[in-house]
Design a protein around this ligand. Sequence first.
Ligand code: NAD
Length: 499
Amino acid sequence: MKELGHFINGQQVAGQSGRFADVMNPALGEVQAKVALASKAELDAAVAAAAQAQPAWGATNPQRRARVMMEFVRLLHRDMDKLAEALSSEHGKTLPDAKGDVQRGLEVIEFCIGAPHLLKGEFTDSAGPGIDMYSMRQPLGVVAGITPFNFPAMIPLWKMGPALACGNAFILKPSERDPSVPLMLAELMTEAGLPDGVLQVVNGDKESVDAILDNPTIQAIGFVGSTPIAEYIYGRGCSNGKRVQCFGGAKNHMIVMPDADMDQAADALVGAGYGAAGERCMAISVAVPVGDETADRLIEKLVPRIEKLKVGPYTAGADVDYGPLVTAQAKERVLGLIDTGVEQGADLVVDGRNFALQGYESGYFIGPSLFDKVTPDMEIYKQEIFGPVLSTVRAQTYEEAIGYAMDHEYGNGTAIFTRDGDTARDFAARINVGMVGINVPIPVPLAYHTFGGWKKSGFGDLNQHGPDAFRFYTRTKTVTSRWPSGLKEGGEFHFKQMD
Ligand code: NAD
């Protein structure tokens, strides 16, 4: 059985704890590897080595650091197929989707090539007589990222790129469900010229996460995953005096106005609702048509599209729309939630529960499901399902529709489909959600903007990637400097005015 360890000081090393987790092939329902789960001692040793390596990296000029990023981008392109294959086999998503996962991470690395510009400080010449004032952005030291299973390339890249470009050393604790790609990324960073020890990948579970939270050398933590864990990490990390940003779960609503192009809206909903088997934090999981007539037209357009979806393993060809869920537990949970939806009185218009694929009977596949007449008191509305299940909540007015999205505890993404500029503008201005699409179902901001949800979808002050990442991974120091050219004023006991 293949054994995956950690990446420490520039090479892969075996785990020492004796504890392992199974890495599944979700399409086959078979164990394909074992991944080591680090002990606190292993995590602490990785951090200590990173702390040794960081000062030289932090002192390397930003242009040289950017050149490592430049070469890394070239290597990501070179190994795109290999990375996508490894990613699909552990996660289950289709190959084109796996390439998208790498690509959206790679674009953040491209942004990080601009580090010399992004790290420029501020300077005030002659702030007072003989006085100059300047601010610089300095790395924090050793920082850590804890990432989820659903984007095993993109999210580690969102974290490691800016952290390293800013001159930090970075400890990555990826998801134990799909650990191969993060290890491959670390190998490629080393090949690109990153000094040993500056990027450490420590595989593990709660023990290594707790060790990160309590390690006094680690200055900042970026987390992405489910909301209960985000809240836990934010609380414990902050109380240990660290800078922490945590991005959590989602329940993304898409409002469909009566004037929307209904074919466009239905196409968008099918892609955004069922792509990657719904295992995306920016998936649309709730459609909110305004008016019963709109709802009826939308359902009529959705059903044939959903029934045509091709569900299968990533090896079955380019026309597969989505693959299996990540684990047997995830499949059971989603099936349980669909049952609950039926019990609580929602209309199950398309039922994906009895989906079976010849030759893949043990895989974690679920067919697409569509609910109509879902109400806010139902579990399928309250919870993040994270599966191929789209719920329709019928609203009678625009105000009622926007109210559903506003009142939900999550606030990651949302969208509105309309041809009316006034409505779209009002929606963008008023909605209390971090990322908004206007006739765009999955409004994931590009690398040079920032990504982050509101309410229970995001904890902390700054977003991921874009300029915010360069703020998160640096500390500002402001220097006031005076060269008195012969001025001798004696001691001063009040704040001096700069005049
Ligand atoms: P998860 O919360 O189970 O795991 C995330 C990370 O936390 C993993 O590295 C895992 O090992 C660790 N972890 C799990 N349980 C822990 C515990 N009890 N104590 C300490 N650490 C623990 O999330 P997941 O299932 O891997 O990912 C799916 C979730 O991530 C969904 O809720 C999804 O919406 C969310 N997500 C959010 C964003 C975003 O930007 N908001 C992006 C992607 C995914």
